[in-house]
Structures are given as C-alpha cells and as structure tokens.
Design a protein around this ligand. Structure first.
Ligand SMILES: Cc1ncc(C[n+]2csc(CCOP(=O)(O)OP(=O)(O)O)c2C)c(N)n1
Length: 613
C-alpha cells in the first residue's frame, strides 16, 4: 500500500502491526494509551488504501478515527449499544469489530463489508442505517427498552452535525428526558453535511464551538485541573465548572433546554479529552450530549481540501487525490444534464426554483446554486420539509423543482399525498438514483418509487429513455398544472445529443420504437436500450418479431397503445429498473385486466426482496 502513504500525513510504516492484531474491541482495550496514535495512523492508511480502490465514504471516516477508538475503549459492544447515524462513518467501527482484512478490502463489493452498518453483518452493529437522522430515535428506543427490562447497558448515539438539521433528530431530542435518564449522545461536529452544513442549527453549533472567551477560559482552567492527579472527583469538579461558566458566558446550551447535560466542545482527535468526557458521561444520572469537534478528511490532504468531493468518493488516485477518469467517450451523468437544463429553465422563467435536502452536488442542483443562487434552496436533511415548502411556494405561483434521490423521497410520502397531490399543486419532482444503486446497497436502491407514487391521485409519473428525453420531461413537468414525478438512474446517460430546444411531451403518450408481431416489449426508461438490443438479438437468433415501446409514462399509462398490442397471440413483456411488485409491469397488468383483455404478460424487474450491495 505504499501509494496511499504519500498523502497520509505522518505516514506509518506498512504493513500495520497494530491493526493486524485487532480482532475485537478487547484487543483494542489491551493496548497502552501511547500506542493509540500509531493505531490511528494505521487505520487511516487502511481506510485510504481501500476507498481509493473501491470508492466510499472516506472523509467522514477519516474524521472519526480517534472518536471511534475512544468509544470502543470506553464501552463494551455488543452489550453496550453503539448507534451510528447514517452509518456511513462506521468503517473504523468495522475494523475494530472483527471485519478487517480481506473482508474490509472488499468494502462495498459482493461478499465484502457493506458501506453502511447492518445488524446481520455483525452483533456489534446495534442498528442498521443508510438514511440520516434515525440514530437518536433508535437509541432512545433502546435506552427505554433497557430501562423497562431493568438491564444496565449503555446506549450511545453518534450523530453528525447535519443530523440536527433533520426533523426526526429534533423529534427524538424533544422526547429524551420524558423517556430515560440514561442516554449518551455524541454530536460529531465537523461543520459539514455532504456540502457545508446549512441553516440556523449550523450557525448555532458554530457559535457554541467558537466562542473565544469561553474557549480561552476553558483552556486555562483545564490546564489548572490537569496539574492535579486525575481522578473521577477532580473531573467532576472540572465538568461542573465548565457547565456553569458556559451558561454564564454563552447562555445555557440549546441541548440543556431539552434536559441533556452538555459537555464540550471536546477536541475529537485528542484521546485524553475524549476518554475523560466519555468516562464522565458513563456515570451521569441524566442524558448527556458530548459536543465533539472533528476534521472531516483528517489525514488526507485532498479530502481536507475538498470535503464535499471526499464525503463519498468514487475510486481515486491515493497519490494525487484525483478521481479516476471515466473512460473516454463516457456520456455525461443524468444528474449533470438535469442540473444544467434546470439552470436554463430557471433563467427563462424566474419563478422556477430548485430545492434540495442537503444534496446539491449529487442531484446536480449545484449548477443552479452557482448560476442563480436566489432560486436555489438547500433545506438540510429535511425531505418532508422540502416537499411541504415546495407546496407552499407552488400556492403562490412559484414553480418548484424538488431534486432528490428516489430512496430519500420515501421520507416525504405523506407530504407528497397530503400537501402536494391532494391539493394538485404544480411541484416537479426529479428523482435521481431511481433504480439499483449497486455498491451502496439496499438503503440506497431507488426501487420503490413507482409503487408508492402511481397509486396517488393527480400524480404524473414518467421516466426518460435517455438524457435528451429527460430535458423534455423537465420541460413537460414545468408546464404541467399539477404534480409531476420524473425518475432517472444513477450515472451516465446514453450519450445522445440534446435538441436545441426541449419539447413538451403529450402526457400519457408512449413512443413506438419498433414493430413486432410475436412479442411486444414495453420498456421503461433505462430499460429501453436493453429492450432494443434484446429485440435485435431475438430477431437474429430466434427469428422472432419483437417490438419495443418506450413507455415514457407509468401514470397515466398509454392504454390505447397497450390495448392495440394486446391482440392475437402477442406476448407483452415489461421491463423496469424497479421491484416488479407494484411497479410498471403491475400497472400494465391492471390496465389489461380493467379492459378485460386476456393478453399474456411477462414482467421483468427486481424481485420482492432487499438486494445486497
Ligand atoms: C434522509 C437522508 N437524506 C440524505 C442523505 C444523504 N446524506 C448522507 S450523509 C449526509 C450528510 C451527513 O452529515 P453529518 O450527519 O454531519 O455526518 P458527516 O458525514 O459530516 O460525518 C447526507 C445528506 C441521507 N443519507 N439520508
């Protein structure tokens, strides 16, 4: 692994003598405190080497190396419950809980470690996740269950600062003191979501951690207390002083108003400070929040310089930090085509605005943020709010475009029904990563949106066959007087040239691409190219006459064209990048059944199970 070494500050010697010895948290506890810095270096080395090859959440993990080591030294998993929010920062935890070596080196690949945490991957994974904002609620449930059962284990929730932009976290916060007296919350504050964290909460945390008067005083008094032999009593006196001066200087922290004891801010790369605060928290008789300051990307220059790019990086060169270039001629990504098209729409109509829930880069909205910042809104990890906010804007003649990953829109199902579709408001939803998101796994596959959207009255649901049609669909959605949903897959488009001017598509009209008398394939979106190849192959090899339809609309479905194909002995085949249960093929079956048409239908899509990374 010498390549990674070049970027790693204070690079360790390779291989990793300490890390290789860690098979469980007990091995970690057996190390002397002065061995921890070297272990941290070895871990960073491994993280960089593996993610440079496989891609993954390198930035968040480099930031929590010391914190995760300190947590595993202070607590005993799996008895104690360690709950990580999102769980994208769980790589270090994996390395310490028997999932290193070859298993970790296959991170995000079949048979290797998942990029998130799963209860079935290890007993040390107290709670699975991939979506943000769930840790505090889950941890509170565990703590409450412990209290009900009368057991003694600790429950610790590790939440990023961006988790506090998420309503669920705040809902849990509101319920902590009424449910338990024992819960430890770690606020891992690195000031970044994927992009820079946003909103009033980000500003508040920043003020809390940078109050200079307080920090100076805190530093001086800590030095004074350190001059005594350390002991639980001295630590308690120091923490008490800290709380009281903080109240006096910056006002009681928001968390204290919710009934939690606030400790911090603590340097998240200082083993000593972390150990002391965790030890203190273990003995508190009220819920505690430890505010830990960490550096996202610590140890990798490129990640420190570009935290957003290295939040979740595609494979990169460990020497330069440069992403591996796509093969020459790779078409642009759907997200970029969408983002640039939205800028053109928003320039032409200043009522068009874009809304993202903390994903400006991934959705392509960063183009809008740059070109027309007044027409761009990043609302934080707040998908429900994003959708209702859009509904409110739409009542006043604004044309909001909510750009969101299919999987994260699941959060906002009630607002879709109750606030947008029931009131038939003209909000356009652009669902990126619709379909399989292969190396992320089941938390991130966008495989359910058709099923949950097509049953909602007033919703128009469509998927383009290529990036040019995506731009047409955006235009169509923006002209439509009600809600419209456009889904498209992760990654590169087909490589078609964009028309000079997009066209508005007739709602509910499919596109006939190839006639066929034996089989008619009704393909949706990215399946159209596969259907065309399949049709050509069946014609050449099996002498079958196979037609292809670009369905375009799942709702409303082009029933007239469908029924015209359901004649003779023609087999109808549907193809979709979605679960077959309740998806596009189901819509075709329903339409045929409602017309009393007995045509044979074969549905191709993903099976009724969660698909691994
Ligand atoms: C519901 C939901 N929306 C969006 C995302 C995408 N996402 C993954 S991590 C992340 C930012 C997390 O920031 P923070 O909690 O501060 O942790 P950090 O990565 O900084 O350690 C976002 C927005 C998600 N996982 N879940």
């Amino acid at each position: 692994m010498p390549a990674a070494t070049a970027l790693l500050m204070n690079a360790p010697v390779s291989p990793s003598p300490l890390l290789d010895r860690i098979r469980s948290p007990a091995d970690l506890k057996a190390l002397a405190p002065d061995q921890l810095p070297l272990l941290a270096q070895e871990i960073r080395h491994e993280l960089i080497a593996v993610t440079a090859r496989n891609g993954g959440h390198i930035g968040p993990n480099l930031g929590v190396v010391e914190l995760t080591l300190a947590l595993h030294r202070a607590f005993n998993t799996p008895e104690d419950q360690l709950v990580f929010d999102v769980a994208h920062q769980g790589y270090v935890h994996k390395l310490l809980t028997g999932r290193g070596g070859a298993f970790f080196q296959k991170l995000r690949q079949s048979e290797g470690a998942s990029g998130f945490l799963y209860r079935r991957e290890s007993p040390h994974d107290a709670f699975g996740a991939g979506h943000a904002g769930t840790a505090l609620s889950a941890a509170l449930g565990m703590a409450t269950a412990r209290d009900l059962r009368g057991s003694q284990e600790h429950v610790i929730a590790v939440c990023g600062d961006a988790a506090f932009t998420c309503g669920i976290t705040l809902e849990a916060l509101n319920n902590i003191v009424s449910s338990t007296t024992r819960l430890i919350v770690i606020l891992n504050d690195n000031e970044w979501s994927i992009a820079k964290n946003v909103g009033a909460m980000a500003g508040y945390l920043n003020r809390l951690s940078t109050n200079r008067t307080y920090n100076k005083l805190h530093h001086d008094v800590e030095a004074f207390f350190k001059s005594f032999p350390t002991g639980a009593e001295m630590n308690r006196v120091y923490q008490k002083w800290k709380r009281e001066t903080k109240d006096f200087i910056v006002g009681s922290s928001l968390f204290e108003k919710f009934g939690l004891r606030y400790l911090g801010p603590v340097d998240g790369h200082d083993f000593d400070a972390l150990a002391k605060n965790l030890e203190f928290a273990k003995h508190c008789d009220v819920p505690v929040l430890i505010h830990v300051l960490t550096k996202k990307g610590k140890g990798l220059h490129a990640a420190l310089n570009s935290p957003e790019k290295f939040h979740g990086a595609s494979p990169f060169d460990p020497d330069t930090g440069e992403s591996h270039q796509s093969a020459p001629g790779t078409p642009p990504n759907y997200q970029d085509v969408f983002g640039q098209a939205l800028v053109r729409c928003a320039q032409a109509n200043r009522n068009v605005v874009g809304i993202t829930g903390a994903m400006p880069g991934g959705t392509g909205l960063s183009y809008l943020a740059k070109a027309l910042p007044a027409q761009f809104f990043d609302v934080g990890i707040a998908e429900e709010h994003a959708v209702i906010f859009a509904a409110g804007l739409a009542t006043k003649g604004i044309r909001p475009v909510v750009a969101v990953y299919s999987t994260f829109l699941q959060r906002a199902y009630d607002p879709i029904i109750h606030d947008v579709c029931l009131q038939n408001l003209p909000v356009t939803f652009c669902l990126d990563r619709a379909g399989l998101s292969p190396n992320d796994g089941p938390t991130h596959h966008g495989l359910f949106d058709l099923a949950y959207l097509r049953c909602v009255p007033n919703a128009v649901v469509m998927q383009p066959k290529d990036e040019d049609e995506l731009v047409d669909m955006l235009q169509t959605g923006l002209q439509h007087p009600g809600p419209a949903f456009i889904r498209y897959p992760r990654g590169a488009g087909v490589g078609v040239k964009l028309k000079a001017q997009p066209v508005v598509l007739p709602i509910g009209q499919a596109e006939m691409l190839r006639e066929g008398s034996h089989i008619m394939i009704w393909a949706l979106g990215n399946m159209v190219q596969d259907a065309l190849k399949l049709a050509a192959r069946l014609a050449a090899e099996e002498h079958l006459s196979v037609g292809v339809v670009n369905a375009r609309f799942v709702k409303p479905l082009d029933r007239a064209l469908l029924l015209s194909h359901a004649t003779g002995n023609r087999l109808i085949v549907t193809m979709e990048d979605h679960v077959v249960t309740g998806g596009f093929g189901s819509a075709v079956l329903e339409a045929l059944q409602e017309a009393n048409c007995p045509a044979a239908v074969e549905r191709i899509g993903w099976p009724d199970k969660f698909i691994e990374h």
